[in-house]
Every structure is written in structure tokens, then in C-alpha cells.
Design a protein. Structure first.
Length: 284
């Protein structure tokens, strides 16, 4: 969900309750955990997670400040912030405006993504998100998760930011190289079927139920359609997979509001599986 991130996170004590749900009292005071804190969202007091006392995530203000500093250094357009799962994960998207990208003669819009979670799903991470403009197929890839310490030392802070930007540039370059190599690998119809089965986790199934068979048929239809335009190669197959996750699995509202690719969830898992399967076919 798009957002301005006009809230903060705080660490609150965790009260210990009895079996009836009533607070336990010790010396006239509520008994609280000595090992855990509740991570609270300030605007609605919702609990984002229960974490150890040592857990110390960056504040929302620090995350937004980091996003603005990356914008100033790179010149990339800061598109928007987004929150997932009620704010348990926050993201910032930057439109790469420094270069025109093309794959197989079609334009691609590339984005840099940074994010952080407040539920332990991931530490601060840097990633790429690409949209193939001919069909708005979307794909995202997390390059690296890292522990980030917010330093007041300006040189240390800038060095950290430059390292994050370098991670994006290196990761983005590797993705672009893989996309081009996908286009050089010719595939048969049998191999297309094998890839689709692996992507949906059906390669070892002796029998496929009606629901999964329908999904397989839809994915194969998307793969054949994309290959008819892009060629019988891994690039066509991979775009069939990202078409499936971007258009068949997304609702109309999600498509209209989509700025970048699927970062987390089922669509992201299928995209990553497809990318890994295709990558393995050109690295063996």
C-alpha cells in the first residue's frame, strides 16, 4: 500500500497474562517480560512484532532520511514509499533515470528498491525491480540484506550509502547480463513444460489436481504466448512466468497501482523460482 510513512515505531513492555487473560501483578505492579518488547506502530498502536530486548531497528524517520540521501547521491527519482502487512515491512522505490534499458529490442524500466522489516522477516535490504514496458511484466530481486547501523559520523554514513548503491548497480548489471543470456538459450516445448512444472512445484507429482492443472495450463499458455513474440528461448519462457504472476495472479486494482514488481509473497516466490530454474539452464 502506498503511504507517506507518517508514523513511527516504538518499543513497549510486554505484559505477562494469566491463563484467563488477566495481567499478572507483582508487588502491586503489572508483571512484564524481562526478555521481550512489543514493537508498536505509533499512529494506531498496532503490534508489528514481539522481539528480544536487544532488537533495535532503524526508526521510520531514519529510513526516510536514508531514502532521501540515496535520491540525492544517485539522482534517481524517489517514486514512493510502501508498507506491507500493516507496516511490518516498509519499502522505498527509486526510478533509475540515468540510462535507457532495452532487452530484445524492447524498453525496460528499472528501479532501485530499499526496505526494512519490523517483524524479523528481513534486515535492511537493497534490491532491483524491473518492468518490461511492452507488456508490463514485473520482476523483483533482492540483492542483499544487511545490518545497518545509523552513524552520526558523516563519512561513515556516506560510505554506507555508497556501499548500498554499489550493491544495487552490481546486482542490476548481473540481472541485465542474465536477461540477455536467457535470449541466447533455445528451448523445446518439452523443456518449457518441464520448467513450468518446476516453477509450480509439480515436477514430482504423479497426479495433478484440477485446480493445479488449471494453473499449469494457464502458465503454459502464457509461456507459449510470450515465446511467440520473443522467440523459443529462455527469455520468452521467463516472460511467460512473469506475465503469469503480473497479470493472471494480480487483480485489476493491483495492476493499476503497481509501480514496481512483486517483492514478497506467492508471486515473488514463483518469479524467483522461474529465474533460478532458467539461470541453472545456462550455467550448467
Amino acid at each position: 500500500m502506498k503511504t507517506e510513512l507518517n508514523w513511527e515505531v516504538s518499543k513497549n513492555n510486554v505484559q505477562i497474562l494469566d491463563l484467563n487473560g488477566s495481567p499478572l501483578i507483582s508487588d502491586g505492579k503489572p508483571l512484564v517480560s524481562t526478555k521481550h518488547n512489543a514493537i508498536i506502530r505509533s499512529d494506531n498502536n498496532s503490534i508489528l512484532s514481539i522481539k528480544s530486548k536487544s532488537y533495535s531497528p532503524p526508526s521510520i524517520a531514519e529510513f526516510k532520511e536514508r531514502a532521501n540521501e540515496i535520491h540525492e547521491i544517485t539522482g534517481f527519482e524517489l517514486m514512493e514509499f510502501e508498507e506491507l502487512n500493516g507496516g511490518a515491512t516498509v519499502l522505498a522505490y527509486f526510478k533509475n533515470t540515468k540510462k535507457n534499458f532495452e532487452i530484445a529490442g524492447h524498453k525496460m524500466q528499472r528501479y532501485m528498491v530499499i526496505g526494512n522489516s519490523y517483524n524479523g522477516l528481513t534486515s535492511f535490504f537493497v534490491g532491483s525491480s524491473d518492468i518490461y514496458l511492452r507488456c508490463t511484466n514485473a520482476f523483483s530481486y533482492l540483492h542483499k540484506a544487511m545490518k545497518v547501523r545509523n552513524s552520526k559520523n558523516s563519512k561513515q554514513r556516506r560510505d554506507t550509502l555508497m556501499r548500498e548503491i554499489e550493491i544495487y548497480y552490481n546486482g542490476s548489471k548481473k540481472l541485465h547480463t542474465m536477461y540477455n543470456r536467457f535470449g541466447d538459450r533455445i528451448v523445446s516445448n518439452d523443456l518449457k513444460q518441464d520448467i513450468a512444472l518446476k516453477v509450480l512445484g509439480l515436477e514430482d507429482k504423479e497426479e495433478i489436481g484440477t485446480n493445479m492443472q488449471n494453473k499449469l495450463n494457464q502458465l503454459m499458455a502464457n509461456i507459449h504466448s510470450e515465446c511467440s513474440e520473443l522467440g523459443d528461448n529462455l527469455w520468452g519462457v521467463f516472460n511467460g512466468i512473469t506475465w503469469y504472476t503480473s497479470h493472471e495472479m494480480n487483480s485489476k486494482t493491483q495492476l493499476e497501482n503497481q509501480v514496481t514488481g512483486n517483492i514478497f509473497g506467492k508471486r515473488a516466490a514463483i518469479n524467483k523460482k522461474g529465474f533460478d530454474v532458467c539461470s541453472n539452464l545456462i550455467t550448467v
